[in-house]
Design a protein around this ligand. Structure first.
Ligand code: SF4
Length: 231
């Protein structure tokens, strides 16, 4: 049977490959935090989300214990998601500026979001082995999202995870691609990789990443996609 995004999502949700992460997610879902005590947590791996015809792929790190691990959708129900979806909405990629719950009516247009690890990790840090174990899902999505021409990586770990996946597909790549906020790299065949600091509170609360500096990167993405349209 041919692969599909729905099949990948089902496989992700049932995945138990990383015992440490599965324990952590279940425990966070059981204990909860005070402000969400009355909510039922998702507590399972979180699949990718977005438009199957996307030309922009946003690659994140991993769900948050009380965000995606609670709501069951990437960047949904936490401050990182507030920042990201507001920006995607300003850029015309999201129907709504908020991302609150799986049934909030949010839709992505021309954009798909996929993290390099699909389970919330302790201290927001998946191990390299856990990211490697999860790579199959990103690879399957990459193979299915045939229209993607721009990849926006959120942070260096997301960039490394994405490039490792791409190397495994046999795509020739330069040995080292620099990560700095705003950097862009040509990956051949009209595909370009764009780098941004991660949208975590650590960056957005300290002013390291601002709506303006994120919009500047999204602006580059949009110009590239527009140029591809006319190319
Ligand atoms: S991180 Fe990925 S590979 Fe590991 S258990 Fe979660 S979904 Fe499975």
């Amino acid at each position: 049977m041919p692969d599909s995004l729905a099949r990948v999502s089902r496989a992700v949700v049932d995945c138990e490959r990383c015992p440490r992460l599965r324990r952590w997610c279940r425990e966070a879902a059981r204990t909860k935090v005070k402000r969400f005590q009355d909510q039922e947590y998702w507590g399972r791996p979180v699949p990718g989300f977005g438009d199957p015809r996307a030309r922009l792929l946003v690659v994140g790190l991993a769900p948050a214990a009380h965000g995606g691990n609670r709501t069951g959708r990437v960047f949904t129900g936490d401050r990182s998601g507030d920042f990201l979806f507001a920006a995607l909405h300003r850029g015309g990629f999201a129907r709504q500026p908020e991302s609150l719950a799986r049934d909030d009516g949010q839709r992505l247009r021309d954009c798909y979001i996929a993290p390099v690890a699909r389970c919330a990790p302790p201290a927001n840090k998946p191990t390299p082995a856990e990211i490697a174990r999860c790579r199959e899902y990103l690879a399957r999505e990459w193979a299915l999202l045939k229209r993607v021409r721009a990849i926006l990586v959120l942070g260096r770990i997301a960039m490394d995870g994405f490039l490792a996946m791409l190397r495994e597909t046999g795509r020739p790549l330069p040995p080292r691609l620099e990560f700095t906020h705003g950097a862009a790299h040509d990956l051949g065949a009209g595909v370009r990789l764009f780098c941004s600091y991660h949208v975590s509170q650590q960056n957005t609360f300290t002013g390291r990443l601002t709506p303006r500096s994120f919009d500047a990167v999204l602006g580059k993405v949009k110009r590239h996609l527009a140029a591809e349209d006319h190319g």
